[in-house]
Write a protein that binds this ligand. Structure first.
Ligand SMILES: Nc1nc2c(ncn2[C@@H]2O[C@H](COP(=O)(O)OP(=O)(O)O)[C@@H](O)[C@H]2O)c(=O)[nH]1
Ligand SMILES: [Mg+2]
Length: 245
């Protein structure tokens, strides 16, 4: 019943028929109430496999990672308290789901990000463009936003209340960076939890396996981090000034 839906998983997916069924099953096994897929015109059986696994599939008419997330978010029921994002390729360690979602559901954090940067041995599961991109982005965020951040991993949970304040807008690969730098700007309670990255379980990478996409994604992420450093945040109320006179 819709009123009981508290935790929703949102996944962008593009041609992930080989992995998406197991990812959805793992989400349900870890206590997610509803799974919503933002599908950007997959040409394989992603949508059918996802529906058979019990997910809601939303057709995202605008191409792009962020646009797919945005289309899926539009289907999140009002009863939801938190949204957990993950990829559809099986590369996220969903056994850590409760460590990511529980602080948000308990009201102790606004955004919890799974960081793949903590274990040097596990980091080898990331391709070198992913490792380099994450390292450069983390350094840039640390310098500009003065936060102890190590990754911009896709496996993360945010409260629906925080999500509304974040007024997300990036239609593409700047999506994850936008979410966290805006959260830093708004002094939200952001936490990192160490997660172990894995290799995708099937199919081919749409980003790190293709130079053109690597440069597009890297450029989008870096310009997003720079863009939100000083600009006025659209629709975002100022952070409360604790202890201000
Ligand atoms: N809907 C949608 N999903 C995408 C798009 N690009 C990538 N994805 C999904 O985003 C996730 C991460 O992409 P992936 O190819 O694994 O990137 P990598 O891990 O950086 O190599 C996967 O679930 C993809 O199916 C896109 O343009 N549209
Ligand atoms: Mg991947």
């Amino acid at each position: 019943m819709e009123a009981q839906i508290q935790l929703v998983a949102v996944m962008p997916a593009l041609d992930e028929e080989g992995s998406i069924g197991a990812v959805i099953a793992d989400c349900f096994a870890m206590g997610v109430d509803q799974v919503i897929i933002g599908d950007n015109g997959s040409t394989d059986n992603t949508a059918a496999v996802a529906r058979a696994a019990g997910a809601v599939v939303v057709d995202a008419p605008v191409r792009g990672y962020g646009a797919a997330c945005q289309a899926a978010l539009a289907a999140v029921p009002p009863s939801a308290k938190a949204v957990v994002f993950c990829d559809a390729d099986g590369a996220d360690d969903l056994t850590r789901m409760r460590d990511i979602v529980d602080p948000v559901l308990a009201g102790c954090a606004d955004l919890v990000i799974g960081s793949r940067a903590h274990d040097p041995a596990a980091r080898r599961a990331l391709s070198w463009p992913q490792r380099t991109g994450n390292m450069v982005s983390a350094i840039l965020m640390r310098l500009l936003y003065r936060v102890a951040v190590t990754d911009l991993g896709p496996f993360r949970c945010v409260s629906t209340e925080a999500l509304a304040r974040l007024a997300m807008e990036d239609p593409n690969f700047g999506w994850t960076a936008e979410m966290q730098v805006k959260a830093y700007r708004l002094s939200m309670r952001v936490r990192e939890v160490a997660v172990e990255p894995r290799e995708r379980t099937a199919g081919v990478s749409k980003i790190s396996g293709n130079w053109h996409a690597v440069f597009r994604a890297g450029w989008a992420i870096i310009t997003t981090i720079l863009k939100y450093h000083r600009c006025e945040l659209r629709l975002a109320p100022p952070a409360p000034e604790h202890g201000a006179a």
